[in-house]
Design a protein around this ligand. Structure first.
Ligand SMILES: Nc1ncnc2c1ncn2[C@@H]1O[C@H](COP(=O)(O)OP(=O)(O)OP(=O)(O)O)[C@@H](O)[C@H]1O
Ligand SMILES: [Mg+2]
Length: 268
């Protein structure tokens, strides 16, 4: 018996779903790399200050060593919490999501990298209601945007994260702004194209250069019925804003599986 043949549309839907899965695996791999690296760094700090404390018996040195060990352990705790948050958010169901918490959890994983590249982080969070989101996917968008911002400022600069509630439109805006080199006007229409990149390859942190970051961001934001826009000025910097719908109890329950269905995957 021959296999039932698929229509081109069905084949495209299946390929799209496979691509989404592959992207998710790649993002998970990148996240595991970042997290392990961060954790390793914390451990190095703890080991070094423990050795210092053992070597020097005087009270001020021991106090200093213990203080550093405590701070490092607290950082390890935040990294673990962030990873636990990722595990907690893994379910494929839209849920009320606090954007400021997501930003904080993502920052924990990138703050050392920001310090290393002399990028100062500013937070400008207005009170905002939870949005309707798949937490991990929005976190992936954030990590992509913050990594792009950092890479746009090789000599350091300012990264500003802003959350604002647009009450009239019932949306929450999240802006990631950098003070990097900006994007030339003629290139702006291309940056969301899959595989479009101006980077020569991964940098010292192993990130950048495949050109899938922004196209994935846009797919994710669109699956959230959100919008994404960019503003850029040469020599001044770039700002990406994602706008996401506020969580509404009844309506959100009804179409919780909508984007999955849109990809043509059986939802039973
Ligand atoms: N904040 C930014 N400032 C300046 N240029 C940017 C910024 N964000 C994106 N770009 C430009 O858009 C291009 C595409 O970005 P995108 O994130 O899709 O790919 P990438 O960063 O090159 O590689 P990756 O897939 O690893 O993210 C970048 O190569 C860069 O030229
Ligand atoms: Mg990128």
């Amino acid at each position: 018996m021959s296999e039932p043949s698929l229509s081109p549309q069905e084949e495209i839907a299946i390929l799209k779903e496979q691509l989404t899965r592959a992207q998710r695996m790649a993002a998970l791999g990148e996240l595991t790399g970042t997290t392990t690296h961060e954790f390793n760094n914390v451990l190095t700090t703890i080991v070094n200050y423990a050795k210092l404390g053992l070597r020097h018996k005087d009270e001020p040195t021991r106090d200093k060593a213990l203080d550093r060990i405590l701070k490092a352990a607290q950082r390890a705790e935040r990294i673990t919490n962030s990873v636990l948050g990722i595990a907690r958010n893994r379910k494929e169901e839209f849920a009320p999501t606090d954007l400021s918490q997501l930003v904080e959890e993502s920052l924990v994983l990138l703050e050392r990298e920001m310090t290393k590249y002399r990028v100062a982080v500013n937070k400008d969070f207005a009170a905002a209601p939870p949005v309707r989101a798949l937490g991990n996917q929005i976190q992936q968008v954030l990590m992509n945007l913050m990594t792009n911002a950092r890479q746009a400022m090789p000599n350091g600069g300012q990264l500003t994260l802003r959350i604002a509630h647009d009450e009239q439109a019932n949306l929450v805006d999240l802006t990631v702004r950098d003070t990097g080199g900006g994007i030339p006007r003629e290139k702006l229409p291309r940056i969301f194209d899959r595989y479009y990149t101006t980077k020569s390859g991964p940098d010292a942190t192993g990130k950048g250069g495949s050109g899938v970051g922004l196209s994935t961001c846009r797919d994710i934001v669109e699956a959230h019925q959100g919008r994404m826009r960019v503003e850029s000025a040469i020599g001044k910097g770039t700002a990406f804003t994602i706008r996401l719908p506020v969580w509404v109890e009844a309506a959100s329950d009804a179409d919780a599986t909508a984007p999955v269905a849109k990809l043509g995957v059986p939802t039973a």
